[in-house]
Design a binder for this molecule. Sequence first.
Ligand code: DGJ
Length: 732
Amino acid sequence: MPMPDSDVVHLRAGGTSFVVELTEPVPRILHWGTDLGELSEAGRSALRLTAEPAVLNNSIDSPRRFSIWPTEAEGWSGTPAHQGHVEGSATSPRPQLAGAMSRQLPEGAWELVIELGDEISGLDIEITYRLTAAGILEVSAGLTRRGGTDDPGPYSLADACTLLPLPGRATEVLDFTGKWCRERAPQRRPLAFGSHAREVRRGRPGHDSPYLLAAGVPGFGFRTGEVWGVHVAWSGNQRYLVERMPEGAGTHAAVLGGGELLVPGEVRLRPGEAYRTPVCYFGWSDRGLDGLADRFHEMLRARPSHPSTPRPLVLNTWEAVYYDYDADRLIALADRAAEIGVERLVLDDGWFTGRRNDRAGLGDWTVDEEIWPGGLTPLADHVHALGMQFGLWVEPEMVNLDSRLGRQHPEWILGPSAGLGPSARHQYAVNLADHEAWTYLLKSLDAIITRYAIDYLKWDHNRDLHEAVRRAGDGRDRPGVHAQTLALYRLLDTLRARHPALEIETSAGGGGRIDLAILQRADRVWASDCNDPVERQAIQRWTAQLLPPELIGAHVGAEQAHTTRRVTSQSFRLATALFGHAGIEHDLTGCSREELGRLAAWAKMYREFRPLLHHGRVVRADVGDEATMLHGVVSRDATAALFCWARLTTSAEGQSGRERFPGLAADRDYQVRIRGDAGYPSMHQTAPPAWLRHALDGWVGIPGVILSRAGLPMPALNPEQAMLIEMRETRK
Ligand code: DGJ
């Protein structure tokens, strides 16, 4: 590999700099964060010089360094980049620089590949840094066991993670937790000494997925503060880590990173075999969490695979009919859906053989002839004839013991030979790493997609994987999550290659499997099973920390939410579901004329605003009162915006006060109006602020400087209400 011209390699894109010095034995990271501009020779030398910290008392006798692959060999006492052994030996790696190459990629991205060799563990390690045009740094590593005649046995890789340094001013940590129907609940804490490690052993990211681990300056908010974050793009077991050592990391204070969480013995590398870490996406922003979200959205939108067609309005049948299938009822539902402007109908769980409830049928991916004597053709044809796409729910990785598959192929079930552990939702996972099981699933899905011209699959995964043990070729039980995850990717990739127009939604009991690796194979995430708009406002707000709205499924549910029993107004439900890839999950055949009328008006508004909502910049205001939220989407040229002012609960304060609208241009003039197409919110006051009285009647001119800097006095809405505010730049 040819070495770059300079020993200081500067990757620079999207307002972010990443600088590495190609020193021996292992290159070190000089900088990650704000753009340093064109670095002169003097600048490079100064970075080199200032990367050398003091030598501490009672410490190693040379200045500490933080390398790209930290190990004990450099006096690093924190989490090492990799750990492992060969039969209890080769436990202390000594990596050594073997080569490096940097190059510019299309669209302004940069890549740096560094090769290390380690004689002790017999590994060649190749680390790839790719700085995207949006300023997100993708980091991954490949570890290949060297070949040789003298084989001392497989190298058991315990752990491999990618780490970047954090400066001392990043003292506050934000990550996420959650549960079914309450995904991506944020949690904050000070960054103390020691490790804050989040380890996921669910075989999927989970409802409590850390999702994005961020560290920033004290009090960093949506709009302000410097913040660094990492996302692990992996759909199996995983770990996130932020670690602060008293001796620091070179001249930095802490480290941030992550990788796959490996079970002991899961990866054993024989000569010639390789392991690749998941990609960790690292982002930096000096514009708070919105700046970070903006980078991720920009990067995702630049992918060639990013959905490019307008996101069709969905009707999903789950909360409309559950398992209560009746062909005539579904035809009537499809008719209503088409009337109000739905563009894609998704037949959820329950259409396949033996599936009358959640206890049976998983694995038997053929149409249930008892319910559908002529197969799905009449419904699929009807839906297509109404001009809608037709989608189907599947959960291919799962099996009920009460199914043909479960009875005929118990050997395909993922679990130890000592016997299966507890079922979850009455189901177990299929061992996808078993070639026959994998082929069976591929053939079954392929046949269904082809026969019914399926446009869309909602791909579910309704349980954590426990004791995910697979029977290996040698007849022994081996850890299975790593192999399962790769086999899942192969299955999705193969189906997509065979059906290039097919779109896929990732669901896992709601939002239990949302990560950027599954999103290379999916076009939408089902953010949560909770359609209650109060919960949804929060779930969508934080799901958007990583994903742009067009990838986030958001449905209007029934007046009384099925998952919380909370009763909310239709206008609040509609306003909430607008800010995503919108859909309906509601029995339209039971709706009144008025309700259907508002749904139709909302569907029209969704079509009107979707170019803005699905291409613009997501903005979230830092509002002092947690009972309220102000968020919106502003076009990238700041000429148009749609905001949502939502009140979740009451407050002790009477006036809501002035709120500033983020993302607008202070030097332009705007007109503002309230959109009530889908209903207006009810207010907790006898008369609204003066500007609002006018905006409820039509356009009101307000300069950008007032909107964005002084702010507008906001109305006090009743709890569980939302108001939609449209803004447009005034044409001169
Ligand atoms: C869990 C999903 O998140 C729901 O939307 C629904 O598809 C059910 N599974 C069906 O079993």
